[in-house]
Design a protein around this ligand. Structure first.
Ligand SMILES: Cc1cc2nc3c(=O)[nH]c(=O)nc-3n(C[C@H](O)[C@H](O)[C@H](O)COP(=O)(O)OP(=O)(O)OC[C@H]3O[C@@H](n4cnc5c(N)ncnc54)[C@H](O)[C@@H]3O)c2cc1C
Length: 311
């Protein structure tokens, strides 16, 4: 049973910020908070329900990119056709969270703010260059997601601030991304290891490469060593293997009851190879698909195109 608690559901963002600063526990979907309260791990005496805050709601695909309210659910991303094409890694991450029930309830904001190293949406957001948009009494701040994480379950967020939105820039036509989550079973399992990759391919050369590791340290992290191996070089099997070696050398997974650190390091290597091949393949596929659509529907097909949610 849940313990007794005071429940607040303000519609005003400043009131919400005040309540949070005073110690109320923010709740979006509650798939972490209520489960932890039920299990006695979370002892919040006051709960701050965020669902009525319009600043955290809604989602749009604009010519600049994806503007996601922190309350966007994993299921929403999973079912959004336009997102699947352009942000494939994010689609893969969100569609592998827990079960359908959890995905209908759990939000992107909650997945980031839970701070788990295994969070499935975060690696994909990191490689897509996402920014956290935080709101407080002093106004809005935009922080690259990579810098938003400052330690295990620690964020660049003041007590009176909330994560309001997530912005993900629109990838160019020659971009591709992928996420692979290695688990011991196919559903309702956290990642033993997750690797995300984003690449742009110009005449066979890799540009703007980003690789991120999930469950390889206290937070989801970029593998700058793997990126340095790949950046500016022609794609080849050998290059991808060298990048995977660099990622495995850089990752710092720990041993737990789920897996040893040695096995996780081996996984970084093998999964990075797989994910980079998939991202490169998708970069080439995206470019070709876009060209075909432009030929078929001249003047009607443009990246971004002001798609609203679920279009
Ligand atoms: C059975 C089960 C399976 C799961 N499987 C997975 C899985 O496979 N992969 C995975 O990544 N996760 C998994 N999870 C964890 C969880 O579902 C996700 O982390 C989910 O995205 C959390 O979102 P939420 O909205 O429910 O967060 P909540 O529980 O509402 O909040 C989570 C944390 O974020 C804070 N918070 C939420 N929103 C904000 C905000 N806007 N500003 C500031 N703080 C905020 C809360 O205070 C809390 O600390 C699973 C959970 C369960 C119960």
């Amino acid at each position: 049973m849940l313990p007794r608690f005071e429940y607040y559901a303000p519609a005003d963002i400043l009131e919400a910020c005040r309540l949070k600063a005073a110690g109320a526990k923010p709740v979006a979907g509650g798939t972490d908070v209520y489960v932890n309260m039920h299990g006695g791990k979370e002892k919040a005496a006051e709960v701050l329900d965020l669902k009525g805050l319009k600043e955290l709601q809604g989602q749009r695909l604009t010519p600049e990119g994806l503007d996601l309210g922190a309350l966007t659910t994993h299921r929403h991303i999973e079912e959004w056709e336009a997102v699947r094409g352009r942000y494939y890694a994010l689609y893969q991450g969100c569609s592998q969270v827990g079960s359908v029930q959890i995905r209908y309830r759990g939000t992107l904001g909650g997945n980031i703010m839970n701070g788990a190293p295994s969070a499935d949406s975060v690696g994909p957001l990191l490689v897509h260059g996402a920014e956290a948009v935080v709101l407080g009494p002093a106004g809005e701040r935009r922080i690259p997601l990579e810098k938003f994480y400052v330690g295990f379950k620690k964020f660049d967020l003041l007590p009176e601030e909330l994560l309001a939105r997530i912005f993900v820039p629109l990838p160019p036509d020659n971009a591709g991304s992928a996420y692979y989550k290695y688990t011991r079973r196919n559903a309702m399992d956290l990642a033993l290891m997750g690797v995300s990759a984003y690449v742009e391919v110009r005449e066979g050369v890799l540009e703007n490469v980003r690789v991120a590791l999930t469950t390889a340290g206290p937070t989801p992290v970029r593998s700058h060593a793997a990126e340095a191996v790949l950046e500016g070089n022609p794609v080849s099997d050998d290059l991808i293997v060298r990048a995977a070696e660099a990622a495995a050398a850089e990752g710092k997974p720990r041993s737990s009851w789920r897996s040893s650190a040695e096995f996780r390091t081996r996984l970084i290597h093998d999964v990075t190879i797989q994910v980079l091949h998939e991202a490169v393949r998708r970069a080439e596929m995206e470019r070709k698909a876009e060209a075909i659509l432009r030929k078929l529907y001249p003047g009607q097909i443009g990246k971004g195109g002001g798609d609203d949610e679920n279009s």
